[in-house]
Design a protein around this ligand. Structure first.
Ligand code: ZN
Length: 362
């Protein structure tokens, strides 16, 4: 009788273990922690060495470094980070290229709104929104040449595309009050790109002109054309990265249909090795458990592909005592890691939580 009871308890124990462990966690594959950081030319090697060592010791696996697409600066930092045991990703602004001195000599490279105004001098929302046209040969070649410049840097694991999309048709709802905006429909000043090349290429395929439509925002072909233009840039970048033995990663909006709706970015259709959806719950007035929902949505949409999903978390809205919960939401729903925005917001308390988390899954 005693043995039967023990056996029953044992079985119950196994059953309860199984029921609390989500099937999506792949024990044999590492769950990684990445963080975004912007390079500082005034910061000496020694300061970087200390910082990189601290991050590595706290369980950070990789850094995504924005050097303003400067291969030389990236080479300096990649050597220091890899020496400290970190993987390095070359983070770049892709279609939004603020202050790009080459592009600024070519006003025609910039995206044009439905109002006919160019991002060259009329910038949507903020001054650093300086969007390139993704269709025009010269502007996309320029962007792809920058991808190649970073892909050639030794010691880099991936080229990491950020702002790989159109300007926001809709801003995240939580940000609207900051800009004193109401967006109940696709507004012409935030709807891109209506340049001659985009309109011409579209008309060649579909024999209609969006500017002649009463409601171009309802035209499915026009919408699909623009989703395809972004995909074409990504797919070319993928070939370039792989030609240099690097992979391609991208920072994207929370999940594919939301991304398509807000910024014309359908990332589940792309050739890309890893996506880092920015699942920033506070931007959308959502609660912490939305991280689980959005991660699950993206993982499901990628289920037929090899693309890995790493959940992006916005640290300023995640207190250290909530960080473990946020990471667990992502991991339980099939994310292969988390990416933290950004390294500056990573407090010592956050790092302690990370260290405990990494120890617990080893
Ligand atoms: Zn265009």
């Amino acid at each position: 009788m005693k043995h039967t009871l023990l056996f029953f308890v044992f079985i119950l124990g196994i059953a309860s273990c199984q029921s609390t462990k989500p099937a999506e966690i792949k024990e044999d594959e590492p769950f990684t922690v990445w963080t975004w950081m912007t390079a500082r030319r005034d910061m000496p090697d020694s300061a970087y060495q200390t910082r990189f060592k601290q991050l590595e010791a706290s369980g950070v696996d990789a850094v995504l470094i924005n050097t303003g697409t400067d291969p030389k600066e990236l080479e300096r930092l990649a050597a220091l980070a890899t020496e400290a045991g970190l993987e390095v990703h070359a983070w770049m602004f892709t279609m939004n290229r603020p202050g790009d001195t080459v592009a600024l000599k070519h006003p025609e490279w910039y995206a044009v709104s439905r109002e006919g105004k160019s991002c060259f001098d009329t910038r949507p929302y903020v001054d650093y929104y300086q969007w390139m046209c993704p269709t025009r040969e010269a502007s996309r070649s320029h962007v792809l040449s920058l991808v190649e410049g970073l892909a050639k840097v030794p010691g880099v694991a991936s080229v990491h595309l950020d702002y790989i999309r159109y300007s926001d048709v809709f801003l995240p709802i939580g940000l609207l009050p900051k800009y004193d905006l109401i967006q109940n429909e696709e507004l012409p000043e935030f709807d891109f790109c209506y340049c001659d090349v985009c309109l011409g290429e579209f008309e060649k395929i579909h024999h209609k002109n969006p500017l002649a439509m009463e409601h171009p925002e309802l035209d499915i072909e026009w919408r699909q054309f623009r989703l395809n233009q972004v995909k074409a840039v990504v797919d070319d970048a993928y070939e370039i990265a792989h030609a240099h033995d690097k992979v391609l990663t991208a920072a994207v909006f929370p999940y594919p249909e939301m991304a398509a709706n807000m910024v014309r970015q359908r990332w589940d259709k792309w050739n890309v090795d890893k996506v880092l959806p920015m699942i920033y719950h506070n931007f959308y007035n959502e609660e912490l458990d939305w991280i689980a929902f959005a991660t699950r949505q993206g993982v499901t949409d990628l289920s037929a592909k090899e693309t890995e999903l790493h959940t992006g978390l916005y640290l300023p809205s995640i207190a250290p005592e909530e960080l473990l919960k946020a990471i667990t939401y992502a991991r339980d729903q099939g994310a292969r890691g988390v990416a933290l925005f950004d390294a500056n917001a990573l407090s010592d308390q956050h790092l302690q939580v990370l260290q405990q988390f990494k120890t617990s899954i080893q």
